[in-house]
Design a protein around this ligand. Structure first.
Ligand code: PLP
Length: 426
């Protein structure tokens, strides 16, 4: 038995499912998790000292690769000054300034500790601001695990084979309406059927929790227009896309201005961080200025701010990262697509920049229903094959592949060679 397996046996006695987040349990790929002891650049090393080429990147934050020297140095420096003060700090002001500078739709921003918390707070704010109750979300989009968002959610919820969670009250679920992604008509109908009651629409501008699903041309613009027409707040959940699609996120990439935005992952450089921000007029409703309450003991934690600031400044000061990420992503994802074509395999590759997903289906994937058509048994087989070659993919068909700035041509070539040997033998 490997040391990872031993640890997992013990973990299962102590932690539900042996893990602190469900998808880490490797259940949908019929494997047991590798316990990771360290990471550097594009690589993870497990407790058995096996080194894996990593395409998870801590589920998105590690855009510069693991243990980036600038981020590490900033954290070490911050630790010297103390771990937490529960008081205002200069680094929070710097972080707020940086986010407001880089994201034109954000006039004010509040830091929290996770994407879940940021989404939950943004929704409360949208309700408080509009005085309306209902929220529209999209099937297969994941916005963290707050009650209102666990209705037809993606990510681990999708992998579990359930679309909703037990323990969410009817009262809570009834205010969350879901419509298919990439379908203007159902969205318009939902608005019309709930006229005067929709507080907000929350969307992943690129859906990255049902695999990767791109918005079709003009779709986000239509969502924006419908929100304007029915006076609803448009919330972009940029927890994955923020600072990944470009320095101004998906909103900069697609040229759409949301009212509120939610960030996480990259802005923490690997530390637990989330943030929500937007128009001043709306943000001013948050306590202590306004009547929407939201607080946090560790919010704006100095170590987290140091890590996030270092990573964001590195990205801001070196635009070449994005050009390189684009090229690396393109080489990898178009490489997988051409290999699938060459070997006649039913694979649909969706990608944008450094984000992508190979669905085991020959049909286009434009929404949750399409994504669910993928052959998850085939994905599990492919996952195991890659893991045996020390290539660490997300252990679910419905998660993204994350490329980092530390992935070089050599790593991409090695990955494509492994994909080719897999497809060849099928
Ligand atoms: N929103 C999106 C788009 C996410 O992908 C995630 C997590 O993967 C969240 C929100 C929740 O963030 P967290 O896991 O930090 O609570």
């Amino acid at each position: 038995m490997s040391y990872s397996q031993e640890l997992f046996e013990t973990a299962k006695q102590l932690i539900p499912g042996g893990v602190n987040s469900p998808v880490r349990a490797f259940r949908s790929v019929g494997q047991t998790p590798r316990f990771i002891k360290s990471a550097n650049g594009a690589y993870l090393t497990d407790e058995d000292s096996i080194r894996y080429l990593d395409y998870v990147g801590s589920w998105g934050p590690m855009i510069l690769g693991h243990n980036h020297p600038a981020v590490k140095a900033a954290v070490i420096k911050a630790v010297e000054d103390g771990l937490s003060f529960g008081a205002a700090t200069k680094s929070e002001v710097e972080m707020a300034q940086l986010i407001c500078d880089l994201i034109p739709s954000v006039d004010m921003v509040r830091m929290v500790n996770s994407g879940t918390e940021a989404v939950m707070s943004a929704i409360r704010l949208a309700r408080g601001y509009t005085g309306k109750n209902k929220i529209i979300k999209f099937e297969g989009c994941y916005h963290g695990h707050s009650d209102a968002m666990l209705v037809k959610a993606g990510s681990g919820v999708m992998t579990q084979g359930v679309s909703d969670s037990a323990g969410v009250t009817e009262g809570c679920a009834v205010d969350t309406l879901t419509v298919p992604y990439n379908d203007e008509d159902t969205l318009s109908q939902a608005f019309e059927a709930n006229k005067g009651n929709i507080a907000a629409v929350i969307i992943e501008p690129v859906a990255a929790n049902m695999g990767v699903v791109l918005p079709k041309d003009g779709y986000l613009q239509t969502v924006r227009e419908l929100c304007d027409c029915y006076q609803a707040i448009l919330i972009f959940d940029e927890v994955i896309t923020g600072f990944r699609l470009g320095i101004s996120g998906a909103q900069g990439y697609f040229g759409i201005t949301p009212d509120l935005s939610v960030f996480g992952k990259i802005i923490g450089g690997g530390m637990p961080v989330g943030a929500y921000g937007g128009k001043k007029e709306i943000m001013q409703m948050i306590a202590p200025l306004g009547t929407v309450y939201q607080a946090g003991t560790l919010s704006g934690n100095p170590i987290a701010m140091a890590a996030g600031l270092a990573q964001l400044k590195e990205l801001r000061d070196h635009p070449a990262y994005y050009t390189a990420l684009e090229t690396t992503g393109k080489t990898l994802f178009s490489g997988i697509a051409s290999l699938a074509e060459q070997y006649g395999c039913a694979l649909t590759v969706n990608s944008i920049g450094s984000l992508g997903c190979a669905f085991f289906t020959d049909q286009p994937v434009r929404n949750y229903t399409d994504a669910k058509q993928s052959d998850t048994a085939k994905f599990a087989d492919y996952f195991r094959f890659m893991l045996d070659r020390d290539i660490y993919l997300a252990p679910s068909q419905f998660e993204a592949m994350f490329v980092s700035a530390a992935h070089t041509k050599e790593e991409i070539n090695r990955t494509l060679e492994a994909v080719e040997s897999y497809l060849k033998q099928k």
